[in-house]
Design a protein around this ligand. Structure first.
Ligand code: NAP
Length: 264
């Protein structure tokens, strides 16, 4: 089996990365940065986000497993002390694959610029570079509202514990293939009105954001920040692709939520 190991870049993560690489090679596995079947991410959830984006074009062929060198993560759920156990699992046991939904973000422009397509593991956010964000929101082809405010966050279920949570969005179980749209400081008064609460769209509903004015936008896709000019629309829906996690033992999602946000 081919593998790659990605480090956050700090000393502890680099040392562990080297250990994992050496152990797996001793077990006869092949280090391959181009076409790995498994990627071991060592650092935090941010490290796994970066690893996912490096291989998002190989979603059917690459699985991920995360080791946390800081606090417990949603994607990074193995501890450094368990490295040897994890390596033996990877080398010796056929692993179970658990798939989590992703969102697809398609950005179209009013000029001849090519349409851009991104996959997000956590979320896509949209903010205006000048003043309030003013956008018409269509859901499944019908006008839903005109949003005015700081911005919008469209998250995956596994991303619902990230930025979305800070916006008072609900935490969704990753078995619910869906998109959650949460507002950032919407303007609500006698003139302007938005729904106000986060909404959750099912797999077959597309959300289309259409700018009301010709300004530049800051669009984030997970840890990536893009400046978008001449935007005609930003289309968000549940992607056909999924991320694959290699699971060697059960670690229920709600247990992870509890241990991350409430108590060990
Ligand atoms: P960062 O600003 O360095 O770290 C963001 C924090 O979010 C880190 O503590 C990270 O965990 C954690 N995180 C990432 N994915 C998570 C998930 N699915 N559930 C729970 N926590 C999660 O940025 P980054 O490391 O490049 O990560 C980018 C992410 O930051 C974005 O996708 C967005 O969700 C998040 N973010 C959150 C806010 C906010 O909460 N107000 C604002 C901007 C961005 P680790 O420490 O384990 O890496």
């Amino acid at each position: 089996m081919n593998f790659n190991v990605r480090s956050r870049g700090d000393h502890t993560s680099n040392v562990l990365t080297q250990q994992v690489k050496t152990y797996l090679e001793e077990f006869g596995l092949t280090y391959d940065e181009e076409e790995p079947e498994i990627v071991i991410s060592i650092g935090g959830d941010g490290t796994l986000l970066e690893a996912f984006h490096q291989y998002s074009h190989r979603s059917d062929e690459t699985s991920f497993v995360g080791v946390h060198t800081g606090h417990l993560g949603f994607y990074a759920d193995w501890q450094p002390e368990e490295i040897e156990k994890l390596v033996i699992h990877i080398a010796k046991t056929p692993f179970k694959i658990v798939e989590y939904p992703l969102i697809e973000v398609v950005i179209r422009h009013t000029n001849e610029m090519e349409t851009e397509r991104y996959l997000a593991l956590n979320e896509c956010t949209v903010k205006s570079m000048e003043g309030s964000l003013v956008m018409d929101i269509e859901i499944k082809g019908d006008h839903f509202e005109t949003f005015r405010g700081d911005g919008l966050c469209l998250s995956t279920p596994s991303g619902s514990t990230a930025y979305n949570k800070a916006l008072n969005g609900a935490i969704l179980h990753p078995s619910l293939a869906s998109i959650q749209m949460a507002e950032m400081a919407s303007i609500n008064n006698r003139v302007y009105r938005t729904i106000g609460s986060p909404i959750v769209l099912p797999e077959h509903h597309t959300c289309l954001l259409k700018p009301k004015n010709d300004v530049d936008f800051q669009v984030t896709v997970d840890h990536l920040t893009l400046v978008q000019k001449k935007v005609k629309s930003i289309q968000v829906r549940v992607a056909n692709e999924k991320i694959r996690f290699a699971r060697f033992r059960p670690f229920p999602f709600w247990k992870r939520v509890k241990e991350s946000f409430i108590a060990e």
